[in-house]
Ligand binder design. Structure first.
Ligand SMILES: Nc1ncnc2c1ncn2[C@@H]1O[C@H](COP(=O)(O)OP(=O)(O)OP(=O)(O)O)[C@@H](O)[C@H]1O
Length: 662
């Protein structure tokens, strides 16, 4: 069995998850899986300091001195029987003893907290609650210390000398019923609690001092062979410290094991990552991407970050602050769920960040606003972006799936970033359908740029609800004719993101509608086949302005259209659509058009337009209705109509007139 005791992943293997360690909520996690570092006074002092407590820096290593004569006691008969079996057990999953001892420590803390809340007078405050685990490879010890309720002498006798608990009792009962031929086969079915320490320890010492006022410390010790001793002890901190002196065969539990994130990335197996991910992320799925890396400059950093296999839920999207990344400094846990270590948009990532450059006494306030944390965040963000961009090129299929599930976070990142450079970095990760690619194949902005024709300056996109509508869009028509690639985006916030981004590597990002509105190309009336003549077109446009007064701000003839009679353009189509979606219902009808100032662009070669020109003299009423309907239709195509019912008002009258002659 590989040495693994102090690896967090090992705890998950023994079925221990963070929620099993029922520490008081306000207690910042106190599991510090560092053997030698814990003996370093600084680390110890800081774990206390960090929690803002006034605990002794030597909390976990008080020099307890026995001060009385050890008194010898015999275990209760049932306990002896249990101990005998446990001690000789060949039970293969011995590491369960860690879970049992942590559970007891956690229970003791809960009890102390409960009593404090009840108003019971206690030594020191509730805020001190913590559990430390240390090992010493040379002394072959595994030590767990908690600042829980502790035990009086009577309680040590009562609790550790007799079996009161149901699990152990049932174990003994089952053994008696089954005969003792194969106790190992049933040991795993019962938690044997504190006694499980004897599976790995040849001697166990329990230093304990009750938190009740005026209590003194005691040392309980036993080799698990029928007897135990209790003697008074000085220098015992309130709470309980259990020192397991390991059997030779089990000395590996005192080994210092490098935490997974400090291991060479090549040495960590996917299974280890799966296990560790579940542990740190309190998750049940697997990671879909693993970023395990280290760097020394510009900041010392050891990271293992995971992107979950599962899709984010509504809760994850709305989650404002909660992070699933733990911050360590040289393996000492500084903060669980540390906000600000990752930018907010990366809140879907889970894992561990360990940096030697982080001061051990980092407070929550410092974490909010520290140049160092900002630097850390930038370094990690850049690395994650590089990693994801790499995935987009080398593992396209999985990246596409990732983008479908988590793309919204990237868009949020772009919207919330301050610097253009930062926005553009994130924008590398965006993916869109493209007019140059078949359905389902997506392209990134760098890919788009690599295919741009020499005379193309800008990046074009069309925001539309679907591919079908994109392909048949009048706005796309002109660029399609010229064989210019257009990105299609389907989500309402896509165009807000692209509008905010404005440019990418010095190329402007422009909607096809804007391109059309800004186009300087004019209609060549002399050569356009079937087109109105210039004078006819001018007259028609003047007439249209009158008919559509109050709704249409200007009318223009465009050479860009082919199969469509007309379109509407506004100055900033994306912003206008956003405005229509979010604000329109609060604005009176007449004010809406003056805010949008729509321009009607007509195709002077289109049969509807040429016919309309004739109709305005032969049947002015029908011509007027058609003009209004054309304008309404164009507003719908532009996505500027909030309520479709408003475009139907003239429809019945129009149909009636159209059918009159039949
Ligand atoms: N760290 C500790 N601090 C205070 N009391 C402890 C500690 N560890 C054990 N005890 C006491 O010893 C008793 C026996 O522990 P053991 O693990 O055998 O069973 P248990 O924890 O009571 O059972 P269960 O795990 O089913 O709740 C506990 O009930 C508790 O009163």
């Amino acid at each position: 069995m590989a040495a693994r005791v102090l690896n967090l992943a090992c705890l998950s293997r023994v079925g221990l998850r963070s929620q099993h360690i029922r520490l008081p909520r306000r207690t910042l996690a106190a599991l510090t899986f560092t053997p030698k570092t814990l003996q370093n006074e600084r680390a110890l002092g800081v774990s206390g300091l960090y929690r803002g407590l006034h605990t002794s820096p030597r909390w976990a290593q008080e020099a307890a001195k026995t001060s009385g004569d050890p008194q010898s006691y015999e275990f209760q008969a049932e306990t002896r029987m249990l101990l005998d079996i446990v001690a000789k057990s060949l039970y293969s999953e011995k590491e369960v003893f860690i879970r049992e001892l942590i559970s007891n420590a956690s229970d003791a803390i809960e009890k102390a907290r409960y009593l404090a809340l009840q108003g019971t007078q206690m030594d020191s405050s509730e805020a001190d609650m913590k559990i430390h685990i240390t090992t010493d490879k040379y002394d072959k010890t595994f030590t767990i210390q908690d600042s829980g309720l502790g035990m009086t002498k009577e309680e040590l006798i009562e609790n550790l000398g007799t079996i009161a608990r149901s699990g152990s009792k049932m174990f003994i009962k089952e053994l008696q019923e089954a005969g003792t031929t194969d106790p190992q086969s049933i040991i795993g079915q019962f938690g044997v609690g504190f006694y499980s320490a004897f599976m790995v320890a040849e001697k166990v010492e329990v230093y304990s001092r009750s938190r009740l006022p005026n209590s003194v410390g005691f040392c309980w010790a036993s080799d698990g062979c029928g007897k135990y001793t209790i003697e008074e002890c000085e220098g015992v901190e309130p709470g309980t410290k259990i020192v397991c002196h390991l059997k030779i065969a089990d000395r590996e539990y005192a080994d210092e094991q490098t935490p997974l994130w400090l291991m060479d990335p090549k040495e960590v197996s996917p299974e280890q990552h799966d296990e560790f991910y579940r542990f740190v992320g309190s998750a049940y799925d697997k990671p879909r991407f693993v970023l395990h890396y280290r760097t020394d400059a510009p900041i010392d950093l050891r990271c293992v970050l995971y992107v979950p296999e599962g899709k984010p839920g509504l809760f994850d999207l709305n989650r404002e602050k909660d992070s699933s990344v733990s911050l360590y400094c040289r393996r000492v846990l500084i903060m669980n769920k540390a906000e600000n270590v990752l930018p907010k948009w990366l809140r879907f990532m889970k894992g561990v960040v360990d940096s030697e450059d982080i001061p051990l006494n980092l407070s929550r306030e410092l974490l909010q606003d520290s140049a160092l944390i900002r630097k850390l965040r930038t370094v990690i963000q850049n690395r994650v972006i590089r990693f994801l961009f790499d995935k987009s090129r080398k593992d396209t299929e999985n990246y596409n799936k990732f983008f479908t599930d988590y793309g919204i976070f990237i868009k949020e990142g772009i919207l919330s970033a301050q610097e253009q450079l930062e926005k553009e970095e994130m924008a590398k990760l965006l993916m869109y359908d493209s007019s140059a690619k078949p359905v389902g194949e997506k392209v990134t902005l760098p890919e788009y740029i690599s295919r741009m024709q020499d005379d193309q300056k800008d990046i074009y996109y069309l925001a539309t609800p679907s591919r079908e509508l994109a392909e048949s869009s009048p706005y796309f028509e002109a660029l399609k004719k010229k064989n210019v690639e257009v990105l299609f985006c389907y989500e309402p916030y896509d165009e807000v993101v692209l509008m905010q981004l404005r440019e990418f590597t010095d190329r402007k990002i422009i909607s096809v509608e804007k391109q059309m509105r800004q186009s300087k190309e004019s209609v060549d009336f002399d050569t356009s086949e079937g087109s109105l003549r210039r004078s006819e077109a001018n007259e028609l446009m003047d007439w249209l302005k009158t008919v559509l007064a109050g709704r249409c701000w200007s009318v223009k003839a465009t050479p860009s259209l082919e199969s469509h009679p007309c379109v509407v353009t506004v100055e900033e189509m994306g912003a206008a659509r956003h405005f229509v979606r979010t604000q329109f219902s609060q604005i009176p009808e007449e004010s809406r058009y003056s805010l949008l100032q729509p321009q009607l662009e007509i195709n002077p070669s289109h049969p509807i337009i040429t016919k309309l020109n004739d109709l305005r003299t032969s049947n002015p009423r029908l011509a007027e209705l058609i003009a209004k309907q054309l304008f309404s239709n164009a507003m719908v195509v532009a996505g500027l109509v909030e309520d479709p019912r408003t475009v139907l008002t003239t429809m019945n009258e129009l149909l009636q007139l159209a059918l009159e002659k039949h």
